[in-house]
Ligand binder design. Structure first.
Ligand code: SAM
Length: 289
């Protein structure tokens, strides 16, 4: 399948495909499980597709929360999928397939739920992915998009060295990868442009120093690893220097040592469904609480 598309993505994708990145994705899924899945009711669904599933970290968490579901993951990266298949071997509830989110290898009306989590930010044409998700979910189904809005990331008081790195990270992602790191704020407009019916739009604070349910040091470690995950691509493409990288790391040391420095990072979850025929409604549709 699409080896050209895979090669292009592999060359430009900000996070890369290293073993460290695979570990980061697993830790990220655990760290952000509550903001990503909190309030979602999947009890009335039978099949779920996650597009851009990488190593299956989210699917494994969904399987734990909703063991009745049949889960399908699609990703363009054969490297991530191989790692996911090895890790998830023997889990018959989950299947992983290689495919392009912009041309999904499924017939119309195949799934109850279609999902993306931290994927649309990497694509120049997120509309193409949402269009495909709308095509492959059933008329009674829904799509759930959970995507970052990188404008929301920040510290109080400001941390200039971290911000300088973050600005470079976002420019690199947009200019080299062709994505939109603030796509979370645009989900409603994308869905509306495709005629989808928006059922819920929820800002999700994925990281916050005010959240006492999670360790401050763990949240900061997550943020630091997220920012560091762009280093190879940023340095190679001239968006950052090793001096900036060191200053960013020192900035995180400062924040860790001072409990009065606040931080936050937000995302948006949009739930929508296919355009419905006039007058049609399904009382069994399961909406997020
Ligand atoms: C940040 S990862 C998110 C992985 C997963 N959703 C999670 O939360 O752990 C983004 C994933 O999107 C995949 N991806 C990027 N462009 C894609 C495309 N056109 N089709 C399918 N997958 C794609 C990448 O290979 C990568 O695995």
């Amino acid at each position: 399948m699409g080896s050209d598309a895979q090669a292009t993505m592999a060359e430009h994708y900000i996070h890369g495909f290293s073993e460290a990145e695979r570990q980061r994705l697993m830790a990220q899924a655990r760290m952000l499980a509550t903001p990503v899945f909190g309030g979602l009711d999947l009890s009335g669904d039978r099949s779920l597709l996650e597009v851009g599933c990488a190593v299956g970290a989210e699917l494994q968490l969904i399987a734990q929360r909703a063991p009745h579901l049949t889960l399908t993951g699609v990703d363009l990266s054969s490297m991530h999928l191989r790692a996911g298949q090895a890790w998830l071997a023997g889990r018959e509830q989950i299947r992983l397939l290689q495919g392009d989110a912009r041309a999904l290898p499924f017939p119309d009306d195949s799934f109850d739920v279609g999902m993306t989590i931290w994927v649309l930010e990497h694509l120049a044409d997120p509309e193409a992915v949402v269009r495909e998700l709308l095509r492959v979910v059933k008329p009674t189904g829904r799509i759930i998009l959970t995507e970052v809005d990188n404008h929301t990331f920040g510290f109080d008081p400001p941390q200039p060295a971290i911000s300088a790195w973050w600005d470079a990270f976002n420019r690199c992602q947009a200019e080299v990868g062709g994505g939109d790191p603030c796509v979370g704020a645009k989900l409603r407009g994308i869905a509306a442009s495709l005629g989808a019916e928006v059922l819920a739009e929820t800002p999700r604070l994925v990281i916050s120093s005010a959240d006492t349910s999670r360790e401050r040091t763990e949240q900061l470690r997550y943020l630091r690893e997220l920012l560091a995950s762009g280093a190879e691509r940023m340095l190679a493409a001239g968006y950052a220097t090793t001096a900036m990288q060191q200053a960013m790391a020192a900035g995180f040391d400062t924040v860790r040592a001072d409990a009065d420095i606040a931080f936050r990072y937000g995302a948006v979850r949009l739930v929508c469904r296919k355009p419905q025929p006039a007058g049609a409604d399904d009382p069994a549709l399961s909406l997020p609480r």
